[in-house]
Design a protein around this ligand. Sequence first.
Ligand SMILES: Nc1ncnc2c1ncn2[C@@H]1O[C@H](COP(=O)(O)OP(=O)(O)OP(=O)(O)O)[C@@H](O)[C@H]1O
Length: 326
Amino acid sequence: MTDASRTDPMIAIAGLQKTYKSGFEALKNVDLTIQKGEILALLGPNGAGKTTLISAICGITMPTGGSIKVGGHDIVREAGKTRRMIGLVPQEITLEPFETVLNTVRFSRGLFGMPSNPALMEEILKKLSLWDKKDTQIKELSGGMKRRVLIAKAMAHEPKVLFLDEPTAGVDVELRKEMWDVVADLKETGVTIILTTHYIEEAEAIADRVAIISKGRILLVDEKAALIERMGKRSLTIDFDKQLSAVPDSLAAYDLVMSQDGTSATYTYDTRADRTGIGALLRDVNAAGLSVRDLHTAQSSLEEIFVSLVEHDTDQTTAASAGEAA
Ligand SMILES: Nc1ncnc2c1ncn2[C@@H]1O[C@H](COP(=O)(O)OP(=O)(O)OP(=O)(O)O)[C@@H](O)[C@H]1O
């Protein structure tokens, strides 16, 4: 029995491949398991395959290999069933400008062949702070309200899984934070949420787990906190009481990076190592006759982890294609 079947995942993706007609491999052997009620952020640079992956799960794009199950049902053989379990909030605002908010959401429920449910419409619109706008035409709403209507629309048929494709692309900071609160509230309803983003701070703010995708492959999936803990490096910056022209030879082994003005040096160390080397460094700094004015430490962010992973992936791919060409 696999881990996935023991924990009864909401979404189980195995060996997923998508090669477009052009021959371009947008997804290469993707395995991903998403548990009920979690928020997973799918993080990746432009063109990494995020939208292709979401479209495949939603049944919009046909996979060319592998399998996807939503709530235990195969998305190809039981497409109707899985589609009803999913709500998709698209990147673009696709709403009828002259329709009212309430009718927009009601109509969406009808499209899934579900009986009308005024109490549920009221509940959804209240949750998204749209109830007082229920009779307002879409064209009169602000950008932030329109985005909330898109979410209400995607929730109207009571999906178990909600996809948000770049929910805050191109919106201002205030609205971004408002969207994060909306997503956190939705999680309380028990819905499983998958969002794509290339804003690392967004993943850091709202996700339980983060999956990093690059060039059609999942590079890693982990709990956000564990990822930072596991991959993170810490740095120690030492401020000197005078300007140095270079790192003294006796400190060369520490790979210190001098600040531009020569008044401080940064040492990077691994928190998982048995010895961080800090004690020895400070002793050697003292032995070199340098006086320390101040010390600061910092933990690398998810952003640094992401950039180093994706850059490493690019290096490997470049090396591999150079090898193939040779
Ligand atoms: N219909 C298609 N035919 C051929 N190639 C495609 C097609 N749709 C997407 N691609 C290519 O597949 C790759 C992945 O695209 P996708 O839209 O999934 O990326 P993404 O991670 O969502 O990017 P973004 O953040 O820019 O939206 C890109 O290189 C894209 O050009």
